[in-house]
Design a protein around this ligand. Structure first.
Ligand SMILES: *Cc1c(COP(=O)(O)O)cnc(C)c1O
Length: 390
């Protein structure tokens, strides 16, 4: 009974994920490996539930930001899936990573030498992904450091293995970055050729995220790091439109090939009838214009429902939109159900997702709050119970 201790819960759709993975696999072809990016608690979906779901779809490669997330994947994987840490890993976590065959990005020489020393102590090779600087200017080995890096790899093949060579693109989801991205791709290719001449042949070369896999197909290479797309969202409207145009699809006549995995639900706490001209909730931001029926929904900004959706956001009840009436409180909000017939206590409320024919998408949320899709998702607290449904 998911509702017993919680005012709302999240359903994760196995069939939606299966359909997304199938669609994305078809797009990248058989030669490229599918990497599921599960940083940010699997974009708010929950690593614990999401990793086994992805494994059910045949995914065997996961990418996380930090060691603590890698630990969570390690604990919840159900197959011998590979894990790569793309970001934060402390020096004293290196041995742990190597011991557990967790690969990690290397973006400075200190990390590479640390990995070599730790591998020696553990007695197992460190699996490293050389992250190259190509123009993002965030993390990445600078070209002058490559010579030293290649020397370390050549000198210690039993201790340090090049599991990958990679880089990250500076905003493939927007055409406005086109030139910068093209330069990055070219720089990456040149550096790969140079490394190969130095005798460094990584198992994988990978640079594509969701947007790049669609906007720059030559970035697909040996592996694609899919985040937002496999959860069922286009990185931006622009990427989506670009896809539809290329496929010569009239957007209105084709269902979206990406299916949302998450549905966030709650129930009506209570119903209240309010006379015309009364203020509702704290302060004076909402005044009834007629005799209105309001439903209390036990979801507030504590649960990640942004306070700036006050008087603005919607939920679905009986398949109709009900607008937030007044301020979003810490633990609840009132919604106007005057025009929705027969609403009663205990009725299902959909906060994100589908109900009958209507849908509240994460992007309608983000349009209203000016948060990114990504941001709306990761704000959903990890404490809300998740259940996997078909
Ligand atoms: C988050 C992330 C991804 C996935 O990006 P999406 O846009 O969600 O597909 C890929 N690579 C790196 C390095 C990332 O940090």
């Amino acid at each position: 009974m998911p509702m017993m201790f919680s005012s709302s819960y999240i359903e994760l759709s196995q069939s939606a994920l299966r359909s997304n993975v199938r669609f994305l696999r078809k797009h990248i072809g058989k030669k490229a490996e599918f990497c599921s990016v599960v940083k940010g608690n699997a974009y708010g979906h929950g690593i614990k539930h999401f990793v086994p779901m992805a494994e059910q779809c045949g995914v065997r490669q996961f990418a996380v930001f930090s060691a603590i997330e890698a630990l969570s994947v390690l604990e919840h994987r159900t197959a011998d899936s590979r894990i790569v840490i793309m970001g934060a890993l402390a020096n004293d976590e290196l041995e742990w990573a190597i011991e557990n065959e967790i690969a990690f990005y290397v973006f400075d020489l200190e990390r590479l030498r640390g990995a070599q020393a730790a591998a020696k102590r553990v007695g197992k090779p460190a699996l490293v992904h050389l992250e190259l600087e190509t123009g993002l200017h965030r993390t990445g080995l600078e070209i002058p450091q490559l010579e030293d890096a290649a020397a370390v790899l050549r000198a210690n093949p039993a201790l340090v293995q090049a599991d990958g060579v990679c880089t990250h693109l500076a905003g493939a989801e927007s055409v406005s970055n086109y030139l910068r991205i093209r330069n990055q791709i070219q720089s990456f290719q040149e550096q790969c050729v140079w490394l190969e001449r130095q005798g460094i042949r990584p198992r994988t070369r990978h640079i594509a995220c969701s947007a790049a896999a669609f906007a720059f197909p030559d970035t697909i290479m040996d592996m694609v790091r899919f985040g937002i797309a496999h959860y069922g969202y286009w990185p931006t409207k622009e990427t989506q439109m670009q896809y539809y145009l290329e496929q010569d699809i009239e957007p209105n006549h084709r269902p979206d090939p990406l299916k949302r995995v998450i549905t966030w639900k709650s129930r009506v706490m209570t119903i209240k009838e309010v006379k015309p001209g009364e203020f509702v909730g704290y302060g004076t931001s909402y005044q009834t214009s007629r005799k209105q029926i309001l439903a209390a929904v036990p979801v507030g900004y504590f649960h990640g429902f942004a306070r700036n959706l006050s008087n603005l956001g919607h939920v679905l009840i009986h398949g109709s939109r009900a607008q937030v009436a007044g301020l979003v409180n810490m633990n609840m909000m009132m919604v106007d159900v005057t025009d929705v017939a027969g609403v009663k206590k205990g009725d299902e409320v959909v906060i994100i997702g589908k109900q009958n024919k209507r849908q509240i998408s994460v992007s309608s949320f983000s349009d209203l709050t000016r948060f990114l899709n990504y941001e709306v998702l990761v704000r959903i607290p990890s404490e809300i119970p998740r259940i996997v449904v078909e």
